[in-house]
Design a protein around this ligand. Structure first.
Ligand code: ASP
Ligand code: MG
Length: 414
């Protein structure tokens, strides 16, 4: 008998009807001679609803109490799904994060898992129970409830698989898997059959929303392969695993895997700074002290010997950044500050990007051809990112998808 850790997202659990469907998937998997742990999210948009309630109540809630409230969503799912399984004649038991032995630090709303005491889980597994675990939650060493960051049920599932020495985890949601780009934006988007951890990490980091970023990082660290598939059909999903395993299966990742976009950034431009040494450093240190994370950044001296700096931050930090910069403008005699939140960061991701200089040339030749302005280019080993105006987002993503023939590449199995 082997252990299978499964995870079901909120949209797979939004009604009792859907819970029954999920219960049947679990039973099927069990009948294939497996021991089952199923991690569940809160039903439907429950977590969002709870967040909205908090916002309507107070601007500055206690983060401890936020977590007490948010953990209730997943508890609804574990109890109802377990009852559904029992109704269908199965032996099943629910476990909260605490009961499952998930110990985290005390950083409420973004807690990190420190360890998992699997004794209780093992005990229930030995007694042939299907175990339904509440995702997204843990408990700190003082017994306080914590949550693991939005989308954290993926992390619970991967971490449980790793702690139970399983190298495999199935993540079920309302999409077939990971796509070459968002199918809601580009009709020709195709499902990707397999991806390496590194490519998937870059895709999540730059906007792909199928899996929580931290869960893939943990999967990579403990070598847990993730199979992401749909709850609602039998289509094959996406396997995310290590490169060695891909080679073993004679699967070679294509040069370009996908195109992602991220609308969560805002661009700040500071023009006409005196060209004196240390001025840029002073701005960056001030932002760092305010815990403001800069993503893309560029700097140039113009013909009047003035310094100029342009950078992007997350929209959540827009007000804070404005306030900090307004103070600095006076102090440092900065002439102009422009703020633009109508921008999108587009990223092209693929293992081949570094090894083929033509790829970057192709990306930007195509943007010129299509007359799409772009700026603030940044690259990593397997990614090229840049900023465009949001009105050009669809055209840019679609054109890149065509340029690299992603719908053709992924239509055949490699
Ligand atoms: N229910 C939580 C959220 O919506 C956790 C999850 O879905 O994974 O963020
Ligand atoms: Mg959810």
């Amino acid at each position: 008998m082997s252990l299978v850790v499964m995870k079901f997202g909120g949209s797979s659990l939004s009604t009792l009807e859907k819970m029954k469907h999920v219960a049947n998937i679990i039973i099927n998997r069990k009948e294939q001679k497996n021991k089952i742990i199923a991690v569940v999210s809160a039903p439907g948009d429950k977590t969002d609803e709870l967040v909205t309630m908090i916002k309507s109540l107070t601007e500055k809630p206690s983060r401890r109490e936020v977590d007490v409230l948010l953990t209730t969503g997943e508890m609804i799912s574990i109890a109802l799904l377990t009852m559904t399984l029992c109704n269908l004649g199965e032996k099943a038991i629910s476990m909260t994060g605490y009961q499952a032995g998930i110990v985290s630090d005390s950083n409420y709303t973004h807690a990190k898992i420190k360890k998992i005491n699997v004794d209780k889980i093992n005990e229930y597994l030995e007694k042939d129970n299907i175990i339904i675990v509440a995702g997204f939650q843990g408990v700190d060493i003082n017994g306080n409830l914590t949550t693991l960051g939005r989308g954290g049920s993926d992390l619970t599932a991967v971490a449980l698989a790793a702690s139970l020495c399983s190298n495999y985890c199935e993540i079920y949601s309302d999409v077939d898997g990971v796509y070459t780009t968002d199918p809601r934006l580009v009709k020709k988007a195709r499902k990707i059959d397999f991806l390496s951890y590194d490519t998937m990490i870059e895709m999540s980091e730059t906007g792909a929303q199928v899996l929580q970023l931290r869960s893939i990082e943990v999967a990579k660290k403990y070598n847990v392969s993730i199979y992401a598939k749909s709850t609602f059909n039998e289509n094959s999903g996406t396997l995310i695993t290590n490169v060695k395993e891909l080679r073993r299966k004679k699967m070679e990742e294509p040069f370009i895997s996908g195109i992602t976009f991220d609308k969560s950034q805002v661009k700040f431009s500071l023009f006409g700074l005196p060209n004196i040494s240390g001025i840029i450093a002073k701005i960056l240190v001030t932002l760092a002290r305010g815990n403001i994370i800069i993503d893309l950044i560029s700097q140039f001296i113009n013909s009047n010997n003035e310094n100029n700096i342009v950078f992007t931050v997350n929209k959540n930090d827009m007000l804070k950044t404005k306030q900090e910069l307004k103070i600095l403008m006076k102090e440092l005699q900065i002439k102009t500050m422009l703020v633009n939140d109508k921008i999108v960061k587009i990223s092209i991701i693929g293992l081949g990007i570094k090894s083929d200089p033509n790829i970057i040339a192709r990306i930007f030749s195509m943007m010129y051809e299509k007359d799409i302005d772009f700026e603030m280019i940044s690259t990593s080993d397997i990614r090229v990112s840049f900023i465009v105006n949001e009105i050009n987002m669809q055209r840019a993503v679609e054109s890149l998808h065509n340029e690299f023939k992603l719908s053709k590449i992924y239509n055949k199995t490699i």
